[in-house]
Ligand binder design. Sequence first.
Ligand code: GLY
Length: 387
Amino acid sequence: MKYTLFIISLLWIPHLGVAQDIDAAIRFTEKQATLQLEETRRLQAGGKVSPRTLDAKGQLVLVAPGDWTSGFFPGVLWQLYHFTKDVKWMEAAREATEKLEKEQYNGRTHDMGFKMYCSYGKGYEYTGDTAYRNVIIRSAQTLITRFNPVVGCIRSWDHNRDKWEFPVIIDNMLNLELLFAATRLTGDSTFYRIAVTHANTTLKNHFRPDGSTYHVVDYDPETGAVKHRHTHQGYSHESTWARGQAWALYGYTMAYRETGNPDYLQKALDVAEWLHQRLPADGVPYWDFDAPDIPDAPRDASAAAVMASALYELDAYAPQKSKLRERADHILKSLLTAYTAPAGTHAGFTLLHSTGHKPVESEVDVPLIYADYYLLEALDRKKEKGK
Ligand code: GLY
């Protein structure tokens, strides 16, 4: 492991230049993904199609299309196709994407954007395939069946009905990207209006005055009143769950891109500043900013990857010369020098040290497919914006 980290560290020596740094990181990710694709094809059975993490024995864990993470592996493959233009990645991406097709009709979850926009959305962006366009539109139509106009939000979860009546989680901001795309593709503003209403309601109710987020806001579906502000994956109701804060940064950066609403930009900038004050020196958060055992608490590299990707985009919208790009570079450099798997190991994951759901000790300090997805997106944005 140390040898791999040393090699990758060398790739950040300034004289090599930004483009070469990025290309080296992409080549490393491509090699890992080659192994992951082989492992996935070998293990696919019983409707399990997409890699999510590793189990305690180090074996690849695959999930069914209905799992919220099913779209990230197809998204990794599409991004590799985008970077390399190698048709083998397009073929693999198509194969992985099309396994999710029936999810376009699954109205039992809010995770439609994660599943379908990271897979079909990326596929449509890179191929223009009209069959993919139709799946995106149908997925958006299904997602908006979960919108309640009294609350002004899309319902997130159907589970834990004893605890919550109409739970909305900060993560749900990411699913709005699918709705904005559906309005662009159809000209029907319904999707756009629902996305904006959801973003406005979340802006009002999910944030504390200091810019940190609650994970779950539970609403009364009859009146729209806030009943609870809770956590599910964080340390406590009043703590700040790291990935939730990352979703907030990403969500309002994307919502600003899609709407031009300055309130969204200001919220994204406030969250970025909050993160700057609270992130540890290497820029990779502990799983919860208020975890009681910091500095011994597990990290969440997935949250760091989401933050880096969002910061590269936000930098372009920041009103004057900001330090956001430098902050994104710092996170990315940490991830690529101290959080990567040794080449040819960990069933082809690139990033280690992510945390899924610590309160139930699930997926603690493991590789997670969405960390790799957002890492690649961050590399792409760094490359694009470096031109
Ligand atoms: N959206 C689920 C998670 O971030 O764990």
